[in-house]
Write a protein that binds this ligand. Structure first.
Ligand SMILES: C[S@@+](CC[C@H](N)C(=O)[O-])C[C@H]1O[C@@H](n2cnc3c(N)ncnc32)[C@H](O)[C@@H]1O
Length: 236
């Protein structure tokens, strides 16, 4: 249970325990706007929720996980950090059982892109739907074209994108806002990210080099990749 009127624990209490986020998860955390409640979907270890409460990015956390064991792990970490009164942990599929409101930011990180689309699609098709203006931070592990296609076709506007690098792997993190109005994205934007291409965030050059190799390996079977490769210089 959480109590939105709960006060911060005293300095020097277990509140000061450290939770280190990996570079990937830190990039996710850095894109979360200040809000009333962070909903961490697929919380697993629970570190993100603890980090959010500790950095006072939000007042409350709702963590969900489809499996009991990670949900228990999350609950234990929140408890260890004296944060049980400001958090709630649910064993549930995606956002089922969470009453969404505009003051929430939903985070879905470390999951397959198609699973992320499924979770958002189910939330959107509920009777009360997704409130306009609600923000979401998404970090799909794969299926980037499918995720961005889903976002633009279903009224989730892409506000920011970042690249994270952890060991030799790259991750993309997307901050979206639900407006309900669909819009268009080019094939290149769907694969590589409209904000990544226009703003060239940290790791851009390395990321694009890696993506070029990915495109080259897919180009034979996918004419869209071949077409993007034909105008690759445009993005450098
Ligand atoms: C790889 S972990 C990612 C954990 C954390 N979000 C991160 O980025 O480090 C994925 C977690 O999502 C949970 N999960 C997978 N599908 C889910 C769904 N539909 N709803 C809620 N949780 C889900 C899994 O049980 C697992 O704990």
């Amino acid at each position: 249970m959480y109590d939105s009127s709960a006060k911060d624990p005293l300095p020097g209490s277990s509140f000061s325990k450290t939770v280190e986020l990996s570079p990937r998860l830190q990039t996710v955390a850095d894109l979360i706007p200040s809000c009333e409640t962070v909903v961490d979907v697929g919380s697993d270890h629970g570190k993100l929720g603890v980090w959010c409460l500790r950095s006072e990015i939000c007042k409350n956390v709702i963590a969900t996980d489809i499996h009991e064991l990670p949900a228990k792990r999350t609950e234990a970490l929140l408890e260890e950090n004296d944060m049980s009164d400001r958090s709630r942990v649910l064993v549930t599929d995606g956002l089922s059982g969470v009453d969404l409101n505009k003051e929430m930011t939903v985070v879905i990180a470390g999951m397959g892109g198609l699973e992320i689309c499924k979770i958002l699609s189910e939330a959107k098709s509920r009777l009360d739907g997704i409130p306009e203006g609600m923000k979401m931070v998404l970090q799909p592990q794969r299926s980037f074209h499918e995720v961005r296609s889903f976002l633009c076709e279903n009224g989730f506007i892409i506000r920011q994108e970042r690249i994270a690098k952890e060991k030799k792997y790259f991750y993309t993190v997307i901050l979206v806002e639900y407006t309900g109005a669909s819009y268009g994205l080019s094939e290149a934007e769907r694969f590589l990210g409209p904000v990544i291409l226009s703003k060239k965030p940290e790791y851009y050059e390395e990321y694009m080099k890696h993506q070029k190799a990915v495109m080259e390996s897919r180009a034979l079977g996918d004419p869209r990749c071949k077409e993007i490769l034909n105008t690759w210089e445009k993005w450098l």
